[in-house]
Design a protein around this ligand. Structure first.
Ligand code: ADP
Length: 476
């Protein structure tokens, strides 16, 4: 029962109310029991009796000490108040209740008077630790008249019963009622959206992807948003896994069908002349090579994505890498009938794996050659920009439609699959591999293109200062 948020909220409200009530009742009782309000009656009585006796004493000029004691004694018997005469040194000269009560302790010299305020009083304790309230005023012959009575004991039980418990019980009942009502409201306010979230999470687990409404307190709304994001991501991952499987099967099916067809034509004698046999063998070889390339590319990509690709990060000169690629690819450039222009600033160092970076620009150059018609121009640029080095490959080829400039970096994405043909047709993994390599170098890659006019592929990498390069090699 206590496991639900609802009951816990209720109980916490109840506990808070009980704690608050206990604190309030405790402090009220302590304060009330010390409150002079309860002694006011007794103090007033003392004042009246004291001032009557005092004026009697002061008015009788011929009053002897024996007469004074008698007068005091009479007043005590009549009013039931304890009187005493105190000397200027604080000594008790006469106590009307001597022997009845424990003696009055000595006062300081001169004795501290209690003032003329009708509620002014002070207290002393006798040797039985009983408290007395008293008023003290000077009378004649350097003596002081003290009137005292026992401090009334406030009956805590009566106080509790009459003054506190009843109103408090009423208040507590009301507070508990409010607590229950608030607890119920809070538990509905917090509990219900949470329950909906739990239901939603269960649905995600079972393969449905509901969009959870953002309602209830802020934190629960944020949780709903996170769950929605998570479910979108799970959906995306599932979709990309399905796409991946479909793409791989499709890419393998085409060459396998060719291989099967040509192998069968050899088997059943349809290809019999040396020329036909050679043609069938070439197709089988090309398609097998293509499948081999596909498998290698997939392995590279998965190693890059997993972060297990064996890369060695060293300072490398990007200008030199592009120069070497240009040199290496001259035969293809010439076969394709393209011109090449190089705008390369020397000594553009980055921290990276030389072979992987060379792979990035080989893929970009491959595409530039593949998608640029004869007579076109391919421009290679390397330049520094603030803390980065930017290298770009520009062609005057077919270009890429605006809405596909980002998608071409996805696995197997090809703008126009029908454009493919022959053994050199692409697989759609070149840019995905390039992107992963650039990401693992903490860089960026993007394309900018004018359909029908050409494209530029940019690679931006954090630059590595030349001084650092020297230091790096010195430390080796
Ligand atoms: P592949 O070249 O093997 O098809 P990529 O991943 O290298 O795969 O490229 C994906 C797609 O991006 C290509 O099929 C093509 O449609 C488009 N593309 C890439 N580079 C260029 C380019 N320079 N000009 C025009 N389209 C390009």
């Amino acid at each position: 029962m206590l496991s639900s948020i609802r009951s816990r909220l209720w109980i916490s409200y109840l506990l808070v109310i009980i704690a608050a009530l206990t604190a309030i009742i405790g402090t009220t009782i302590t304060n009330l029991s010390r409150n002079p309000l309860f002694y006011r009656q007794a103090v007033l009585r003392l004042h009246v009796a004291h001032s009557t006796l005092l004026s009697e004493i002061l008015n009788d000029e011929e009053l002897s000490f024996a007469g004074l004691k008698r007068l005091i004694q009479q007043s005590t018997e009549f009013e039931g108040i304890r009187y005493a005469l105190i000397s200027i040194t604080g000594e008790v000269l006469y106590d009307s209740s001597a022997g009845v009560y424990p003696p009055i302790p000595e006062f300081s010299s001169p004795p501290p008077t209690t003032g003329i305020d009708p509620i002014a009083f002070d207290t002393f304790r006798d040797i039985d630790r009983k408290s007395w309230i008293y008023v003290l005023q000077p009378t004649k012959d350097n003596t002081y008249l003290l009137a005292a009575s026992r401090q009334p004991v406030v009956e805590i039980r009566t106080l509790l019963r009459d003054e506190i418990v009843q109103p408090m019980v009423k208040g507590s009942l009301m507070a508990m009622f409010i607590a229950f009502a608030l607890g119920l409201f809070m538990s509905i306010w917090i509990g219900n959206p949470l329950k909906r979230l739990a239901d939603g999470a269960r649905q995600i687990e079972s393969g449905e992807y509901p969009i959870l409404e953002k309602e209830g307190p802020q934190e629960i709304q944020e949780l709903a948003e996170s769950l929605n994001q998570m479910s979108r991501r799970v959906q995306q991952t599932e979709k990309s896994q399905r796409d991946f499987l479909a793409n791989v099967s499709h890419e393998l099916k085409t060459p396998l069908t060719s291989i099967q067809g040509f192998a069968q034509s050899i088997q059943d004698g349809a290809a019999s002349t040396p020329h036909e046999l050679m043609q069938a063998a070439n197709v089988i070889f090309d398609e097998a090579s293509r499948m081999h390339r596909l498998v290698l590319d997939l392995l590279t990509l998965s190693r890059l994505e997993e972060g297990t690709a064996n890369m060695q990060f060293l300072p490398v000169d990007l200008s030199m890498i592009l120069d070497q690629i240009d040199e290496k690819m001259q035969p293809q450039i010439q076969t394709a009938g393209l011109l090449i222009k190089k705008l390369i600033q020397p000594d553009q160092f980055v921290m990276g794996d030389g072979d992987s970076l060379a792979q990035v620009f080989t893929n970009l150059m491959d595409n530039a050659i593949k998608f640029t018609p004869r007579g076109g121009l391919v421009t290679l640029r390397v330049y520094s920009a603030e803390d980065s080095v930017i290298a770009s490959v520009t062609d005057t080829g077919t270009g890429i439609p605006d809405n596909e400039e980002r998608r071409i970096f996805e696995r197997f994405y090809q703008v126009d699959k029908s454009r493919r043909g022959g053994s050199s047709r692409g697989i759609g993994l070149g840019l995905a591999i390039a992107r992963q390599i650039v990401i693992s170098h903490k860089g960026e890659i993007w394309a900018s293109s004018y359909p029908g006019k050409g494209s530029t592929f940019f690679v931006k990498l954090p630059s590595h200062e030349k001084t650092n390069v020297k230091e790096h090699w010195q430390n080796q």
